[in-house]
Design a binder for this molecule. Structure first.
Ligand SMILES: NC(=O)c1ccc[n+]([C@@H]2O[C@H](COP(=O)([O-])OP(=O)(O)OC[C@H]3O[C@@H](n4cnc5c(N)ncnc54)[C@H](O)[C@@H]3O)[C@@H](O)[C@H]2O)c1
Length: 337
């Protein structure tokens, strides 16, 4: 039984606590904390966990074997570093940290520790449709992958959503996914700016992100965040002699009133619900009995941050911006799942 401590009991923190208490096996939520102590206390009571005053207290708790960080992005670095210092596995919701420098500090701390402790919450890698797509790409059936067309469409975004967040919050999931799908780094980014949707008000929406892979393969990502009709994630890999695309995911189709219709998910919770379950179950299985995580690594979190920075610079300048990564430490040479 892995005893987990959760830092940050907001929206996703509470969802992961529900998952670990009601859905998954081999795990128990032993402790929680939040800067809003009343929320932490209420959640702790509901699941029979200890409520700690600070994240550091939670990390130090001998009843906590592993940590899940679900607090706001700018606080991730301090809790991930504290977990590494304590030698405890830590699952950190994305982003690993909010700057590439902070991500690199985490990479360096983990390398100094000498084995993997960190996993980052890029859950697309656990989605059944993406996994099936990667299996086809890896089989060689399509020939070498040359291009990938992606779309990331949100029905709407909150008022505080800014232009940069289309890259750093939204397309960052595609940034991680294509590094994994193609098994290589991203070399450069460009952003094209189409005609603006009136649905987004002052926000520049949509955006068209183009990623150059190290092999020369090209990936385009349409980012539309006020598309109204639902949450729609699309992806098609074009190989030398075939193509493969994420399928329609609805378990039902309706023929009525002269139309053939399948429902579109309302939001990301609905679309990726099962992926989060698989992500956590595999993380728990990997660390049970003192093992190391095998999912998205601190290096993956760092690379996503560097590519995001390059894409934001490309958006601001209109230019092609090269991605410059630090030398990859040996610890991360094995592909992550
Ligand atoms: N993988 C995904 O698809 C996905 C989806 C949603 C959110 N996230 C990530 O999860 C994180 C949390 O997002 P959310 O939507 O749950 O936000 P939220 O605002 O609902 O919850 C965050 C919680 O963290 C608490 N908190 C803030 N600073 C803290 C600190 N220093 N110590 C302890 N608690 C602290 C807040 O009080 C709040 O309760 C973000 O990094 C977000 O990007 C990832």
């Amino acid at each position: 039984m892995v005893r987990v401590g959760v830092i940050g009991t907001g929206m996703i923190g509470q969802d992961h606590i529900r998952r670990m208490t009601q859905v998954l096996a081999g795990v128990r939520v032993a402790a929680v904390t939040d800067v809003d102590a009343s929320v932490a206390a209420a959640v702790a009571e509901k699941v029979g966990a200890t409520a700690h005053a600070t994240g550091e207290d939670l990390v130090a708790d001998p009843e906590v074997d592993a940590i899940v960080v679900c607090s706001w992005g700018p606080t991730h670095e301090q809790y991930v570093l504290a977990s590494i210092a304590a030698g405890k596995p830590v699952f950190c919701e994305k982003p690993l940290a909010t700057t590439q420098e902070a991500c690199l500090r985490i990479v360096e701390a983990e390398v100094a520790h000498g084995s993997r402790l960190v996993q980052v919450g890029y859950m697309r890698r656990y989605d059944a449709a993406y996994r099936a797509l990667k299996k086809v790409v890896d089989s060689g059936e399509l020939g070498a992958p040359l291009m990938m067309h992606c779309a990331h469409r949100n029905a709407s975004v909150p008022p505080h959503y800014t232009k940069d967040m289309a890259i750093t919050d939204t397309a960052v999931h595609e940034i991680d996914m294509v590094r994994w799908m193609f098994g290589e780094e991203i070399a450069a980014a460009r952003v094209l700016v189409p005609r603006r949707s009136a649905n987004g008000g002052e926000l520049q929406d949509p955006l068209f992100l183009v990623l150059e892979m190290a092999s020369g393969a090209l990936v385009d990502v349409e980012i539309s965040v006020n598309i109204r009709y639902g949450y729609d994630i699309r992806g098609e890999v074009v190989g030398e002699s075939g193509t493969a695309a994420l399928g329609e995911l609805s378990p039902i189709s309706v023929r009525a009133a002269g139309r053939f219709a399948t429902p579109v998910p309302l939001d990301w919770r609905e679309r990726f619900l099962a992926a989060y379950d698989v992500e956590f179950q595999e993380w728990i299985a990997s660390i049970a009995g003192g093992g190391a995580p095998v999912g998205p690594s601190a290096w993956d979190g760092y690379a996503a941050a560097v590519v995001s920075d390059a894409a934001v610079a490309a958006l601001d300048s209109g230019d092609r911006v090269a991605v410059v990564l630090a030398e990859k430490p040996k610890l991360y040479l094995e592909a992550t799942s």
